[in-house]
Ligand binder design. Sequence first.
Ligand code: ZN
Ligand code: ZN
Length: 552
Amino acid sequence: MAKGKARLSIVPLGGVGEIGKNMTLYWYGNDMIVVDAGLKFPEEDMLGIDIVIPDITFLVENREKIRGIFLTHGHEDHIGGLPYILRELNVPVYGTRLTLGLVENKLREHGLLDTAKLNVMDGRSNIQAGVFQVSLFYVNHSIPDTTGFAIETPEGLVVHTGDFKFDQTPVDGRQADIHKLAAFGARGVLALVGDSTNAERPGYTPSELTVGEKINEIVANATGRVIMSTFASNIHRLQLMIRAAEQHGRKVAVVGRSMVNNIQTSLQLGYLEALPETIIDADDVNRIDPEKLVILSTGSQGEPMSALTRMARAAHRKIEIMPGDTVVLASSPIPGNEKYVARTIDQLFRAGANVIYRGVHASGHGSQEELKWMLSLVKPKFFLPVHGEFRMQRTHANLAMEVGVEGENIFITELGDVVEFENGRARLGGKVPAGTVMIDGLGVGDVGNIVLRDRKLLSQDGILVVVVTLSKATGHILSGPDIISRGFVYVRESEALLDEANKLVESTLIKLVTDNVSEWSSLKTAVRDSLGRYLFEQTRRRPMILPIIMEA
Ligand SMILES: [Zn+2]
Ligand SMILES: [Zn+2]
C-alpha cells in the first residue's frame, strides 16, 4: 500500500460503526499522526470487561512513523484509551490546556505522567508533525476547551471537526471559530471528517443557556436541599449549577471521585469559577441548613457504584436522602443505561425526594441544521462521516448530499478502512488491522472471544467440576468421582440428582477402563458427553462440565 509515490490516507481506527473509542489515523509516506485515543464502555455481552480500547496493532507496527497524538477534547471517548496506548507508544501528545489537565490526572493514576510528552496547544498554535501541519479551531461542546483540527497535508487541507455543536450563547462565552471554518472553505478543503452523533435529530440543538434557566428555576423554588447530578466532565453545566447556588445564597458540596477531580482541575486551570466560600467539604453537609445547600453528585447514569445511586439506596457514608430533598438528574440516559437510571429514580422517590429527571439537558452535539452549517462553511470536496453508528454515518452522508457534496465523494467507513487521496482523487484502498481490545482488571487484550464464550456459558447454567483419581498401574478408580457445582442447582435440594450423576461418571469410567481406553482426552470427553446428556434430560440445563482426572 505504501509503494510508489506517497499519498494521503485517512484510516478510522475507532469511532465508526459505534459510539466510543474514537481514533483516526492520518498517514502520508513516512509520517503518521493520530487524532484522539478514546475508550468505550463494554457492551452487554462483554461479561466482566471494564473498558474497551481500539486495536493499535497497526500503529505499533509503524511506531517510528508516528509524529504525535492530537486530542480534540477531554471526554473519555477521546482520551480514555491514551494511558494504554502511551504504554506501547510514547509519542508526543497535543491538546488544549483543560484537555491535557484531565489527561494528566489519568496518566498520574497509571504512573505515566513523568515520561509522557504533553504539549499544550491554543488557537495560535501551528504544529509541524512530519509533513503535517496542525492547527486548531474552537467549537462548542459539553466540556470547555473543545477543538477540531485543521490538518495541512501535501494533498490539501483536511478539517477534522471533533465533537461539536454551534451554541450562540455558550456558558463560558467562547464562541465557536466560525470565521476560521469559513476561511478554510474559501481556501478550499480536500476533506471533512465530521461528528455524526446527532445526524438523526432534526433542527438545532438547544443552547446550554436553556439548561441554565431551568437549573436556576429549580434552585429558586426548592425549599430543602437540592442534589444535582450530571456528567462529571460537563464543566459548563456544573458552572451553571454553582452559579445558581451562589445566586440563591447556597453553599455547594461535591461528592463522587470523578466529579471532585474534574472540579478541582477546572478550578485550578480557571475553567470554572466559584467564590472562595461557596464550595464546602462534603463532611460538613449536615452542618448546613437544608435550604442553604446544593450537593453536586456523580451518578446521573444510574451507575451502580456512583454517589447518587448509593444515596438512593441509603448506602452512602455521608449523605442520606430525606423528605424535602429535590434531586435533579441533569442528563439524558446513554442508550443501554435506561434501566439503571429508572431504578435510581424509583429509589429516590421511595426515599421521599422530589425527583426532576426530564428537561434539564441539552446535547453537546449538533443536530441536522448544525451539521449542514459545518458542511456549508467548510465546503469539502470529500466527506467522511465518523463518530457514530452506521445509521448515523449514513444519515450524515445524506445531509452532506443535500448541501451539495457529490455522493461518490462520500466515504462511509468501517474500522480499518483506508481512504486514499492522490492528485485530487479519492478511493477506498485496502484495510489495516483494526478492532477491539478488551481490558479486564490489569489485563489488556488477554480476554478474547474464547474467554467471553466461557463467561457467557458460566453465567447461563453454571459449572460442574468432576474430580476423579485413577490408579497409574491399573487405571481403576482410586478415589472419587467427586462433583462440585456452582450456579447450577442448589446442592442441598438436589442430592438425588448429583448422586445419580456420580454413579453415571463412575460407570462411564469403568466401562472405558475395561475397554482399555486410557488417554485422558478420551476419558474427559466421555465423561463430559454422558454427564451433559444426563443433566440436560433431567434439568434442561447445560452447565459447563470440567472433568479433572488425576493419577496416583
Ligand atoms: Zn465529547
Ligand atoms: Zn465523543
